[in-house]
Design a binder for this molecule. Sequence first.
Ligand code: ADP
Length: 247
Amino acid sequence: MTDATPVIAFSHVSRRYTTGRGEVVALDDVSLTVPHGEWVAIVGPSGSGKSTLMNLIAGIDRASSGTVRVSGHELTTLSEERLARWRGQEVGIVFQFFQLMPTLTALENVMLPMELRGRMWRGGNRRMRAMTLLDRVGVAALAAQLPSQLSGGEQQRVAIARALANDPAILLADEPTGNLDSATGERVIELLHDLTDGERTLVIVTHDARLAERAPRVVALADGKIVRDSAHELVEHPVMLDAAGGV
Ligand code: ADP
């Protein structure tokens, strides 16, 4: 895959649910492409389809119609087993409530995705890689601590290190600052930015206006549709320079 190939390509994707009260359209004919290395914030009111979009990118959920191509694979055609393998390799996910394993230390939490994946990082290498990642997110000194012994911000740093364990092409973050005070959230945003910065694609679902502001591209959803995509806004130049360079 070249850098010009979109890492995420949704074409006319809908996700419908049949409920006791009829059909709910969580995503309605959404088309979206995200190139490699881009940082996108997904915003919108509660119920607008943000989590559904995120779950489809992660291959946690499947589209009712349309095609979902992510990191070189058409997800709708993959078996559950291949989808799980693909996800473990290509996607790292950061959650609002961290979702660390409570009985494992910070280091073991970061090693876990490598162990689940098996082949790539062997034995001692996993431990070393996990330590390097904990160091990169600034919590190497806390490697032996259990999640309950860590602050929210520290837990989120460990969760970010865990999301990077298998060196995924895409990092997805669902309200990553939603459970943190604003100063801690600010540092987590900076960290996410430093860690991805062109190297991998970062998609963040957020209610946090400051976080959305930081993202170079903002996609807004309402009622399951994209209602604004800053990448497709016309850049207007109301003030023209005259030939002499003056206004
Ligand atoms: P957001 O993340 O923006 O709050 P969601 O993607 O969770 O929005 O939900 C979009 C819409 O789809 C909402 O109306 C929600 O009630 C509905 N929805 C989501 N998941 C389900 C489900 N499993 N069953 C029925 N309706 C669902």
